[in-house]
Write a protein that binds this ligand. Structure first.
Ligand SMILES: *Cc1c(COP(=O)(O)O)cnc(C)c1O
Length: 443
């Protein structure tokens, strides 16, 4: 048997003699033991072509691959890392917590503190339940909505992604949109028939469908700022109508703020829109880079969950001190100053890229809310999933690959969001705009 050192040395010798880079070598090995070489489909680069890159480390706004090349990172672990990679305080919080035990399977102080922080930031959330992923949060939220209302149907919108629970796998965005699979195999008709998928931002359609199914709709679930068909914000009118109709027909309004929560404002998208949802789903940022999700709402609704109520939901590692401490350290660093800084840099990036595209006569349309940026290759506005699908995905792929060679890591799909972190600098943005300018000349 090789020791680790000997194994690494043998690997290096082999790589040198075969002139192969380590990332490709790892990918070949990965393909044999993991489906598509990855543990989440969009990482596979299928949407843009080429091979995924294996990374060794991240620090601040930068990622370093296993071959030593560095990249400015605009994926930020799909938005989770709002402070950038390996933030000192978050890392310290994780280490401190881990040294005192990673999980008790019993209550701890950190989960109380994180729950207090979340409820203080979001007025619609009086109580919260922590889970381990965004998918668990949305899945549990609709179970709660069904249990609370006694109704069956849920309304969702094409292009909004709510994780991979069966009920949501109808015309969804993200990886699903990329692969153009309308419904996943393995999801049975009996489940999907209770999901109504409507067009995003279409007020009339929502009104008509709610009126038609008036007694049957348990919940309307939406991303208030969609981040899984590129970035597409809901219009104020659309959100207000959704609130009004849910009140009228006794359905619950669920905001999936897994991306937008704590990213676009201190209190999430609901603060920007001035609308109180009945249930809010959280994930990504709330875990500070650890696997965490959460759902919350008023006391009156939340008390229907076990052990107080009869809607069952549980989790062995839910609320563990390591993940809770990472989330808490992250949220505690996010004050007004950080949101202003993110807005300033994101504005610079948006306008820099727009100017570079104009100069080179490339048609692009950018949707941006705070540090969520969607770059579409099109000359029209993008307001829903149909618009997003009509944009030039091939141009995006070319842009993506050219930027990659210049050391800028953008999301490997035209239907994902460009995210900034507080560790991105003015210099990072200037370098990115310069790279984009070069890329626009050749695509
Ligand atoms: C990422 C995401 C989810 C799913 O979260 P996971 O942690 O990947 O399960 C749900 N909703 C939205 C809006 C997301 O962006």
């Amino acid at each position: 048997m090789f020791g680790y050192g000997a194994r690494a040395a043998a690997d290096d010798a082999w790589l040198i003699s075969n002139k192969q880079n380590r990332s490709d070598y790892l990918y070949e090995r990965a393909l044999k033991v993991m489906v598509g070489g990855v543990n989440s489909p969009v990482r596979s680069f299928r949407a843009v072509g080429g091979k995924p890159i294996f990374f060794r480390k991240g620090k601040g706004s930068r990622l370093f691959d296993v071959d030593g090349k560095s990249y400015l990172d605009y994926v930020c672990s799909w938005g989770a890392l709002i402070l950038g990679h390996a933030d000192d305080e978050v890392t310290e919080a994780i280490c401190r917590a881990a040294m005192e035990g990673t999980s008790f399977g019993a209550p701890c102080e950190a989960e109380v503190k994180l729950a207090e922080e979340v409820t203080e930031r979001m007025k619609s959330v009086e109580m919260v339940r922590f889970v381990n992923s965004g998918t668990e949060a949305t899945m549990s939220a609709i179970r709660l909505a069904r249990g609370y209302t006694g109704k069956k149907k849920i309304i969702k919108f094409a292009g909004c992604y709510h994780g991979h629970y069966d009920s949501f796998l109808a015309d969804s965005g993200s990886g699903m949109a990329t692969f153009s699979i309308p419904i996943s195999a393995g999801v049975i008709d009996d489940t999907i028939k209770h999901t109504l998928t409507l067009a995003y931002n279409d007020v009339a359609m929502l009104e008509n469908v709610m009126a038609e199914w008036r007694d049957d709709v348990a919940a309307v679930i939406l991303e208030p700022i969609a981040g899984n068909m590129g970035v597409v914000p809901a219009s104020k009118e659309f959100i207000e109508k959704a609130r009004e109709l849910c009140d009228k027909y006794n359905s619950l309004l669920i905001f999936d703020e897994v991306i937008s929560g704590f990213r676009v404002a201190r209190g999430g998208a609901q603060e920007l829109y001035g609308i109180k949802p009945d249930i809010t789903c959280l994930g990504k940022i709330i875990g500070g880079g650890m696997p965490v999700g959460a759902y919350g709402g008023s006391r009156q609704i939340m008390k229907h969950i076990a052990p107080e109520g009869n809607v069952y939901q549980a989790g062995t590692l839910a609320g563990n001190p390591v993940a809770m401490s990472a989330g808490l350290a992250t949220l505690r660093k996010l004050g007004m100053q950080q949101y202003e800084q993110l807005e300033r840099l994101s504005y610079m990036l948006e306008h820099g890229i727009k100017a570079a595209a104009e100069e080179n006569k490339v048609s692009i349309s950018i949707n941006r809310v705070g540090s969520m940026i969607g770059i579409f290759f099109t000359d029209s506005d993008v307001k829903n999933y149909v618009d997003a699908r009509k944009t030039d995905a091939k141009a995006y792929s070319k842009f993506f690959h050219y930027m990659l060679t210049l050391g800028v890591y953008l999301p490997p799909s035209p239907f994902e969001t460009v995210f900034l972190s507080t560790s991105h600098s003015d210099e990072d943005i200037r370098m990115t705009v310069e790279s984009a300018s070069k890329a626009f000349q050749v695509i």
